[in-house]
Design a protein around this ligand. Structure first.
Ligand code: SF4
Ligand code: SF4
Ligand code: SF4
Length: 244
C-alpha cells in the first residue's frame, strides 16, 4: 500500500467541455505523439496493420450515438483520461510505491522503474484511465504532460498538455483547479462543471462541462442533455440515453 500526500493546494488538471468536443481525436493523436518519445518508455503499437491492432493510449475519446424519440440520431463525444484524483485508489493500492501523487501540484504519476506490471492500479481506477503496456510491461497513464508544462525550453504557449495545445475547438482547458480565481476554476463555476462519478469518492481534479443551455437548443432534441448530472460514467450514459 502506498500513502497519499496531504491534499495539495495546487491542483493541476483539465476541464473538458462536452459542449464543444466534436470527437475529432486530435487530442488522442497529439497525446500519443508527445508521450511516445518523452516521459517513460514508448507507447506500444502492436499488430498496427494486422486484423486485431492494439496499442497504448493515455487519452481516448468515446463517441456514442443516441437516438432521440422524435429526432435524428445525436453523437455524444466523451474524452477520457486520468482525472488526477485527490483520493486516488490507484496510488493506495500500488504494492511497490510506483504509483504516486505529487504533493506540489497533485499530478498522479507512475515511476516505471518501480512498476512490476501487476495491474492492481488499473483494477482500482473506476474510470479505466490506466493502460498496462503489454510490450513494455509497465503501467501507463496521463502525466498531464509533466515534461511540457514545466519545460523552459518550450515557448510559453506550448507549456500546456499536448491535448490542450492541439484541440481545434478549444474544448480542453488546463490550469490550477486548486485556485478558485484561476481561469479553469471560474469556467467550472460559470458553466456548472462537475466531477465524474462523485459517488466513488475519488475526488477527481479534472472536471467536465455539460452542454450549454442555449435558447435555440432548448426546443431541440439536445435539450435533454442540459439536465445531465454525472453520478457515474455508466450511469451518466444510461441516463443520457434514457432521456432520448
Ligand atoms: S481534440 Fe478537442 S474536439 Fe477533438 S476529440 Fe479531443 S477534446 Fe474533442
Ligand atoms: S483517474 Fe484513475 S488513474 Fe487517474 S488518479 Fe483517478 S483513480 Fe488514479
Ligand atoms: S502495475 Fe505498477 S503502478 Fe500499477 S499497482 Fe502494479 S506496480 Fe503499482
Amino acid at each position: 500500500m502506498t500513502a497519499l500526500p496531504p491534499p495539495s493546494a495546487k491542483k493541476l488538471g483539465l476541464v473538458i467541455d462536452l459542449d464543444t468536443c466534436v470527437g475529432c481525436h486530435a487530442c488522442v493523436t497529439a497525446c500519443k505523439g508527445w508521450n511516445d518519445q518523452g516521459y517513460g518508455a514508448p507507447l506500444s503499437d502492436m499488430e498496427a496493420y494486422g486484423s486485431a491492432p492494439c496499442g497504448t493510449f493515455l487519452n481516448r475519446v468515446h463517441s456514442y450515438e443516441v437516438q432521440p424519440e422524435d429526432a435524428a440520431p445525436q453523437i455524444i463525444n466523451f474524452p477520457r483520461s486520468c482525472l488526477h484524483c485527490d483520493n486516488a485508489p490507484c496510488v493506495t493500492v500500488c504494492p511497490t510505491g510506483a504509483s504516486y501523487k505529487r504533493a506540489e501540484d497533485g499530478i498522479v504519476l507512475v515511476n516505471e522503474s518501480a512498476c512490476i506490471g501487476c495491474g492492481l492500479c488499473a483494477w482500482a481506477c473506476p474510470y479505466g484511465a490506466r493502460e498496462l503496456d503489454a510490450e513494455a510491461g509497465v503501467m501507463k497513464k496521463c502525466t498531464l504532460c509533466v515534461d511540457r508544462i514545466y519545460n523552459d525550453n518550450l515557448p510559453e504557449e506550448d507549456r500546456v498538455p499536448a491535448c490542450v495545445r492541439t484541440c481545434p475547438t478549444g474544448a480542453r482547458h488546463f490550469g490550477d483547479l486548486g485556485d478558485p480565481d484561476s481561469a479553469v476554476s471560474r469556467l467550472v463555476a460559470e458553466r456548472g462543471g462537475y466531477d465524474l462519478m462523485p459517488e466513488m469518492e475519488t475526488k477527481p481534479v479534472n472536471k467536465y462541462l455539460p452542454p450549454r443551455k442555449k435558447g435555440a437548443v432548448e426546443a431541440s432534441p439536445l435539450a435533454p442533455l442540459l439536465d445531465v448530472q454525472a453520478t457515474g460514467f455508466a450511469g451518466w450514459l444510461d441516463r443520457l440515453l434514457e432521456k432520448f
